[in-house]
Design a protein around this ligand. Sequence first.
Ligand SMILES: Nc1ncnc2c1ncn2[C@@H]1O[C@H](COP(=O)(O)OP(=O)(O)O)[C@@H](O)[C@H]1O
Ligand SMILES: [Mg+2]
Length: 237
Amino acid sequence: MGLIISVSNMKGGVGKTTLAFNLADAYLRRGRSVALVDADPQGSLTELLALDDAASAPTVAFLDPTATPVWADAPGRSLKATTAGLDLNGHLSDKARVAHREALAAGGEVVIIDAGPNALNHLPFLEVSDLWIVPALADGLSLQHAAQMGELAREMGKPFLVVLNMVNVRASQTMGAAIMLIETYRLRERLARTLIPRSEKINQASFFKEPVHAYAGAMGRPFEQLADEIDRMESKR
Ligand SMILES: Nc1ncnc2c1ncn2[C@@H]1O[C@H](COP(=O)(O)OP(=O)(O)O)[C@@H](O)[C@H]1O
Ligand SMILES: [Mg+2]
């Protein structure tokens, strides 16, 4: 059975798109087919996928690990994009629902949705998701937004994982403050063990529209660890 993961946080610039893209890459490299859904009207994920279709986001891209490459150093992927859509009320269009269903019907697939910063407008995407990944920076506002996402997830009965991004473990005071806030917001048991470090390589990969693994090898490791962590979580459910 397929797994639908949404990546969301109302806060912008916390690494949602980067995480969605690189998590997809991690799954592809372990031979799982992936459908990437760009539900952010800004269309950043669509741009990363070089689909030249950002204006019509949300977009759904099907990535097949057994077909022709779409990005450098990534053996065997094909990319087929279809434009999905939200209606004026922010509801998932029939076309998008069909795309999700198609993606799941193939079996063993992963659907990753970049829900963008307006997650509340994208409730339908969150509703169809089995797991919410909430990237957050180690800062007050970003964690506050993560806590709001957490509350919503609890209300909707959805499992969620807060993933700290752009972490500088040497900034011990910041990390201490972040951990305290995480406790206050009752997010401790929802905090991913995987920490994504602040890394120029992670940022630079975006210039080439490449996953971090393809651009900088070992720096792609945290995204693999996150995929492992998600798989372990799912196998326990
Ligand atoms: N771990 C990281 N280290 C360094 N830069 C990062 C990291 N994660 C994301 N970035 C950069 O931060 C910016 C915002 O990331 P993005 O994924 O676009 O966030 P969002 O989708 O939440 O708005 C981008 O320029 C991206 O390249
Ligand atoms: Mg984004």
